[in-house]
Design a protein around this ligand. Structure first.
Ligand code: ZN
Ligand code: FE
Length: 255
């Protein structure tokens, strides 16, 4: 049976997601920005929390862990190199490790750059990826602990997943990301279309995620740093993709 998901907002613009295995009943929260919205989502679905899968150590992804664990006695899985910064970790994981949620199976991808130990979770059978603050729809995370080159390699790793992978990211930043992206690639018709769709979704109070990898490859300037139009958009026609990525990221930081 396919995995089920429940998406909900936390804090101001963070997303929480529940991942549910209907066969075993196991349910994981992907990150825990705060406990109350997770509890509300559990109540709405009737699912029982068995696991928390953490993408990185930032407080807006981990502050709810202690309260959720105290109540549900769930297992907390976290990136190995950041475990010391995260409360109540039971199991640490790194590149290539398998994480089971009941009968569901996720593969750990190390995707550093936003933080040095950031990980993403890819469920191959369900073509689902939980990418935290590495990749956003039409954007990517700020490069805080890593280098632009490191972040570009992480994005290439995610870009190599199947095109029909559904991507769940850590924040609802898509409208602002679209406003920036059109300044880099004003002639990208797919991006214009996505920007219009996002305006409508936000207007109706609906989330803009999950998105798909195919869609992001067409519209996300950070995944397109090796596309000539993006290099030209930041005035770096003959630069390496990593240099183009760094320039796009720098512009977004100042946008
Ligand atoms: Zn973060
Ligand atoms: Fe965040």
């Amino acid at each position: 049976m396919p995995a089920e998901t429940k998406l909900f907002l936390c804090l101001k613009d963070n997303y929480g997601v529940l991942l549910h295995d209907p066969l075993s009943g196991a349910t994981a929260a992907i990150d825990a920005p705060e406990a109350a919205p997770v509890e509300k989502a559990l109540a709405a679905t009737g699912w029982k929390l068995t696991d928390i899968l953490v993408t990185h150590h930032h407080a807006d992804h981990t502050a709810g862990i202690a309260a959720l664990k105290a109540k549900h006695h769930c297992r907390v899985v976290a990136p190995r190199s950041e475990a010391a910064k995260i409360a109540d970790v039971d199991e640490t994981v790194g590149e290539g490790d398998t994480v089971k949620v009941g009968g569901l199976s996720g593969r750990v991808l190390e995707t550093p750059g936003h933080t040095a130990g950031h990980i993403s979770y890819f469920l191959g059978a369900d073509k689902l990826a939980f990418v935290g603050d590495t990749l956003f729809s039409v954007g990517c995370g700020r490069v805080i602990e890593g280098t632009p080159e490191m972040m570009w390699q992480s994005l290439l790793k995610l870009r190599a997943l199947p095109d029909d992978t559904r991507l769940y990211c850590g924040h609802e930043y898509t409208a602002a990301n679209c406003r920036f992206a059109v300044t880099v690639e004003p002639d990208n018709a797919a991006l214009r279309k996505r920007a219009d769709q996002v305006t409508q979704l936000i207007g109706r109070g609906e989330p803009t995620i999950p998105t798909t990898l195919a869609e992001e490859k067409a519209v996300n300037p950070f995944l397109r740093a090796d596309v000539p139009a993006v290099a030209a958009g930041v005035g770096l026609k003959d630069a390496s993709p990593a240099q183009v990525f760094a320039a796009v990221r720098g512009r977004k930081d100042r946008f």
